[in-house]
Design a protein around this ligand. Structure first.
Ligand code: ADP
Length: 482
């Protein structure tokens, strides 16, 4: 099934021109049905260089626009997104698989990021620093870093770009975007959003094709002054190494292994509610999805039972169908990996409470699953599952829970449930994570910073901090003023 609306583009956007696929084209299929959605160009280093050069030309004038003008552009982009929310959501669901209500939510969140950064654009303040010697003025100002490259994943193919393009435009930067090959159409739609909002040519450029070739050019080209990446820790490390030669600014939003701790004194019903959104949203395919549940012995059985009842009710199907809550996984490799992790846990003594198999719908559908009697040393607790599987581990003491929760190289999101205020502060202080939900399972919001510690990443997206990633600090000393 193809699309015919304005926002469905099968070409690349370079310097304001849409370049169609030549003989070399990449097919994009709907993960729910396997049907062809469309094709995009299989571009490489040559087209990437052209896009970088176009972004650099555009930057020379874009950097001189006023913050007020750029805020206006972002507000218009926000309006275009919301006015076309349905069309954009249908494209997203077709290529990514998530239920339509989640896709609409993703478009709305993307638009909200644009509005947020429209507001932040006007608050890029500098400083005048008192001089230690007379007759000098010390001025600190912020300037756009220059051409920004954004490499994005398939799980949030639209809103990940809002968190990157939004602050880039607010700061006065131009961009080149490389989307994931599974989900290029939501990214290409951003080119149309920019056009409809009157963005100057070359401010957003979008290239699809070989990740290695495009990534190689982006990271080696000295015109690119910053790379912002969301994806796996393994690829993030490769890109960090590649960026070293040209000493680029980098922001890295990488993998996670989120713990979700339920203490004996928690409101178990509320914890189950939080567990459902934090685990099963996008069929478990988000970097902030719970990966390991730690439940204290006193409420363990009650939590497992209540979670099982909720999980068993989830409606699985194509995201475009009404009332569906769980779409397919992104591809066959994802289903194989989830199957392996479940098999490994079961062979180590875990119990399948519900699910545990490929779904009867076939394709890349997997049953929403709950495993109990899991140990923290099983693969399912140590690797990112990225699927609809809850792995539940029993613990006895607070110290044990904190030790196991921190026993990972990742440090993105974590969640815990307690009604004890002193414990809430104590555990919050002890957890080595960038994002913490206390009695909440869904905490991301445009107003707050998003970013991980340890091998989960570098830098912040969103919040008042997010725009700083796109700004250089310049210090000027005016002397001889006496
Ligand atoms: P995931 O496991 O979620 O697919 P990846 O880290 O593999 O995450 O992919 C995230 C993004 O990084 C995608 O756009 C992908 O095409 C891109 N990517 C993967 N490998 C490279 C690479 N070597 N250089 C540049 N980009 C890459």
């Amino acid at each position: 099934m193809g699309f015919t609306g304005d926002f469905f583009k099968q070409g690349n956007l370079i310097g304001g021109d849409w370049i169609s696929a030549s003989a070399n084209a990449l097919s994009v299929n709907n993960p729910a049905s396997g049907d062809l959605i469309g094709q995009v160009p299989d571009h490489g280093d040559v087209e990437t260089r052209q896009a970088i050069e176009a972004a650099n030309i555009a930057f020379q004038s874009f950097r001189k626009t006023s913050a007020l003008e750029r805020a206006g552009m972002l507000r218009r982009m926000h309006d275009v997104m919301l006015e076309n929310q349905d069309e954009l959501a249908h494209i997203l669901t077709a290529e990514q698989g998530k239920p339509l209500f989640e896709a609409k939510g993703e478009i709305a969140i993307g638009a909200a990021y644009l509005l947020w950064f429209a507001e932040e654009a006007r608050r890029v303040y500098g400083d005048i620093v008192p001089s230690p010697v007379p007759n000098r003025k010390l001025l600190v100002s912020k300037e756009p870093v220059g051409v920004v490259a954004a490499i994005t994943p398939w799980n949030f193919p639209s809103s990940m770009l809002a968190r990157k393009i939004g602050p880039a435009i607010a700061a006065g930067c131009t961009s080149i975007v490389k989307p994931a090959s599974q989900t290029p159409f939501s990214a290409l739609a951003w080119g149309v959003i920019g056009e409809k909002a009157g963005l100057p040519k070359g401010v957003i450029n979008i290239v699809t094709g070989s990740a290695q070739k495009i990534g190689g050019e982006i990271t080696s080209n000295s015109l690119v002054r910053k790379l912002t990446f969301t994806g796996s820790t393994a690829v993030g490390k490769v890109l960090l190494r590649q960026c070293a030669d040209t000493v680029k600014r980098t922001s890295m939003e990488l993998g996670g292994n989120a713990p979700f701790i339920v203490f004996d004194d928690a409101d178990v019903d509320r914890a189950v509610e939080g567990a459902m959104v934090s685990k099963y949203r996008n069929s478990g395919q988000t970097c902030v999805c719970t990966n390991r549940f730690f439940v204290q012995a006193g409420v363990y059985d009650a939590f497992v039972e209540k979670l099982r009842d909720e999980v068993a009710k989830l409606k699985v199907g194509a995201g475009s169908e009404a009332d569906v809550q769980q779409g397919p996984l992104i591809d066959e490799a994802a289903v194989v990996k989830v199957g392996e992790l479940v098999a490994d846990a079961v062979s180590g003594g875990a119990n399948v409470v519900t699910g545990g198999n490929r779904h009867a719908l076939g394709g890349t559908f997997y049953e929403p699953t709950v495993l109990s009697n899991v140990s923290d040393q099983m693969r399912v607790a140590m690797e990112e599952i990225f699927g609809p599987v809850s792995a539940i581990i029993k613990f006895e003491t607070e110290e044990e829970a904190i030790r196991m929760a921190n026993d990972t190289d990742y440090g993105l999101a974590c969640y815990f449930y307690t009604k004890d205020l002193a414990r809430a502060f104590r555990v919050n202080d002890a957890l080595e994570y960038g994002l913490i939900g206390i009695n909440e399972g869904l905490i991301t919001t445009v107003e707050a910073p998003f970013g991980g510690v340890k091998e989960s990443g570098i830098g912040i997206e969103g919040g008042s901090q997010g725009i700083n990633e796109y700004l250089d600090t310049k210090y000027a000393c005016f002397g001889g003023l006496g």
